[in-house]
Design a binder for this molecule. Structure first.
Ligand code: FRU
Length: 500
């Protein structure tokens, strides 16, 4: 019996756990992802949100403040965490790490110039006493000049950047930053002469603080941890626009003594050569709304998926550390694949609550495969372990929290949003779910083609209630669900050495 007339039913997922090193990858199937469109209101008028309010981030006003006071563009952001993803303050200071770029660049040029920067602010100030922009002081860049480029044997790159990751605090004041180094080899016209080379890297530093602020030292020696192997994770030579980045490390109480990492990857194989399977599609063979893989259609039977759907092959990768210094790692099979669903499952994180394990990962509207549509936002999957038959949250769709969007109208681009779109469609991206369900993100673009403003600063924090497979916006938080701008609070205090 179809749950939504005109749409398939989602794939059943047991949430059952497997060993972290088991050869089992759960699938966010096309049957699952088609639930996104199934819950969009086909009669939503121009500039209205067509998605359910309970999964939609409240609308951010266009009058947002800039947290850096004009110094830098700010986007993907994270804080100091421990192995349980708690957020720690250090000597009375809250510290965040952000991708930053010069404000003289256009905001869309930022990716090839990104560097890790940091900000700090006093902990324990009631939110209502902070300034509207969150009250952060920009501390500058995290790494010494040139340090992150040193790992490349081929130094002929035209651009070398630092992309997202995470920062762990260890005993005393030791930090380990996990991030993505990317080298671009482009000619004067901006065309790739060799494919971009993304690598997952770790570097160790120290944090210091006194009454006047926070500073960082070290981060000179870079340890290359992982490059795609071509068997589990697609390489730059298999796909010149491969997605491989955004490491996030954590410990699993079910496997004490080990440190794991999730990251964004793509399913291995030559681009275009690997076709999606019936399992990737995930339909009940009797579902009247089912599709079939390319080449398997018969006259009068269900339609084949678009022949280029297999250019969208995102996955959430897993790796495990082989030493205590977390400088040596090996790949495990991906924990989630989104073959023929979306190409990018970005900034994945593992969120543990009530004995359940959630993968949260961000996806753009523009990276979905043909036949799949959904908003910019954070997507969630729940299971009983780090590796599980993950169930997509919220009616089996996966959408945890989307920007307000109208799927009846084209998206446009952040630099040219569609005239008929909800002005909030590109309001926020890079959502990261923090302790107690708080969600931070950055502002990309707010408005419609006739009147919009680019962001480059952090959004108001919002809150979601996470219960089993339901993730619902808390509209009692802040003002109608919108909290304070750039509000990234610590939920724990770091143990500080007597003499750092
Ligand atoms: C998300 C993201 C990350 C990447 C960074 C690059 O906003 O695409 O996946 O690390 O931005 O700027």
């Amino acid at each position: 019996v179809p749950v939504n007339p005109g749409f398939p039913n989602p794939t059943p997922h047991s949430q059952q756990a497997y060993e972290p090193d088991a050869d089992y990858t759960s699938r966010w199937t096309r049957a699952d992802a088609r639930q996104l469109k199934a819950m969009s209101d086909p009669s939503a008028a121009p500039r209205e949100n067509s998605m359910p309010e309970e999964y939609t981030m409240p609308t951010i006003p266009q009058s947002f403040p800039d947290m850096s006071g004009g110094q830098v563009w700010v986007w993907d952001t994270w804080t100091l965490t421990n192995g349980q993803a708690d957020q720690l303050s250090f000597k009375g200071w809250e510290v965040i790490f952000s991708l930053v770029a010069d404000r003289n660049l256009g905001f869309d040029e930022r990716h090839t110039y990104a560097k890790l920067g940091f900000f700090f602010r006093k902990a324990d100030i009631p939110t209502e006493q902070r300034p509207e922009d969150g009250g952060w002081t920009y501390g500058g860049l995290v790494f010494p000049e040139g340090a992150s480029g040193a790992i490349y044997e081929d130094q002929s790159f035209s651009h070398q950047t630092e992309w997202s990751g995470s920062t762990r605090i260890f005993a005393g004041n030791k930090l380990r930053t996990f991030y993505t180094a990317v080298a671009f080899y482009r000619d004067a016209a901006g065309q790739d002469v060799k494919p971009a080379d993304p690598r997952i890297v770790q570097t160790e530093g120290r944090i210091f603080a006194d009454d006047t602020g926070v500073w960082l030292t070290g981060f000179r020696d870079q340890h290359e941890l992982l490059v795609p192997d071509g068997t589990l994770y697609q390489t730059k030579d298999q796909n010149s626009s491969v997605n491989f980045r955004d490491p996030f490390t954590f410990e699993d109480p079910a496997h004490p003594g080990k440190t794991f990492m999730v990251f964004e990857g793509n399913t291995a194989g030559e681009r275009e050569a690997v076709e999606c399977t019936a399992e990737d599609l995930g339909y009940d063979p009797a579902d009247p709304q089912r599709e079939v893989p390319v080449g398997e259609g018969v006259p009068g039977g269900p339609p084949e998926i678009a022949s280029d759907a297999n250019l969208r092959m995102g996955n959430v990768g897993l790796a495990v550390a082989d030493n205590k210094a977390l400088t040596q790692w090996h790949f495990l099979p991906p924990i989630l694949s989104a073959n023929c669903v979306t190409d990018q499952t970005e900034r994945p994180q593992i969120y543990q609550k009530d004995g359940k394990y959630y993968i949260f990962t961000i996806s753009h509207r523009s990276t979905f495969a043909p036949g799949i549509d959904g908003p910019e936002g954070v997507y969630g999957f729940v299971g009983d372990g780090v590796r599980s038959d993950f169930q997509p949250v919220n009616r089996g769709s996966g959408l945890a929290l989307g920007s307000p969007s109208n799927l009846n109208y084209a998206a446009g681009f952040p630099f040219a949003p569609d005239f008929n779109q909800h002005p909030g469609q590109f309001q926020a991206y890079s959502h990261y779910v923090m302790p107690d369900g708080l969600v931070q993100s950055f502002i990309d673009s707010i408005g419609t083609s006739d009147d919009f403003r680019r962001g480059g600063t952090l959004s108001p924090t919002v809150r979601v209630n996470i219960t089993g497979a339901d993730v619902l916006v808390d509209r009692s938080y802040g003002t109608d669900g919108l909290g304070e701008y750039a509000d990234i609070p610590a939920n724990q205090v770091a143990d500080v050495p007597a003499t750092p």
